[in-house]
Design a protein around this ligand. Structure first.
Ligand SMILES: [Zn+2]
Length: 143
């Protein structure tokens, strides 16, 4: 029995959740302890959003260069607070779609792209094709 090509090019939600599951599990390994430390976990569509808590306040105390305001791991989006989540949700959801497309290979693809941009003398973050796509489709914001 064969599947039609469109079935492969448009996998089901279950397929996309499963394909990105290794990173979603990593996200949960961060989100669940964050919840113990006061963060709020909320389901929104097919993502889990984790905001606030003491872990986030600790992240906000890091020097600017190392400070992450929001990060996506599979279907888990972590943000330092509700305001950051609201500002960055569209951007982070582009990353969710990238995880759904690349699955377990996304982390390696992202790192290799950053390395490639660095070798070309460009900014590893801003020039990264995955970030450029997220900025282009996720709307403007200043990280
Ligand atoms: Zn991004």
């Amino acid at each position: 029995m064969c599947s039609s090509p469109s079935r492969w090019s448009h996998p089901s939600l279950a397929g996309r959740l499963l394909w990105a599951a290794p990173y979603s599990l990593l996200g949960l390994l961060i989100a669940l302890p964050a919840c113990v430390l006061g963060a709020r976990l909320q389901r929104r569509d097919h993502t889990l959003e984790c905001t606030g808590g003491r872990l986030a306040r600790w992240v906000l105390r890091l020097p600017n260069r190392h400070r992450i305001v929001a990060i996506t791991l599979g279907h888990v989006i972590l943000a330092v607070n509700v305001s950051a989540m609201q500002q960055l949700r569209a951007h982070e959801r582009v990353h969710v779609r990238q995880y759904e497309h690349w699955g377990p290979f996304f982390g390696l693809a992202y790192l290799l792209e950053s390395l490639w941009q660095t070798l070309r003398g460009r900014d590893a973050y801003r020039a990264n094709r995955f970030e450029r796509e997220a900025y282009a489709k996720g709307g403007p914001f200043t990280p």
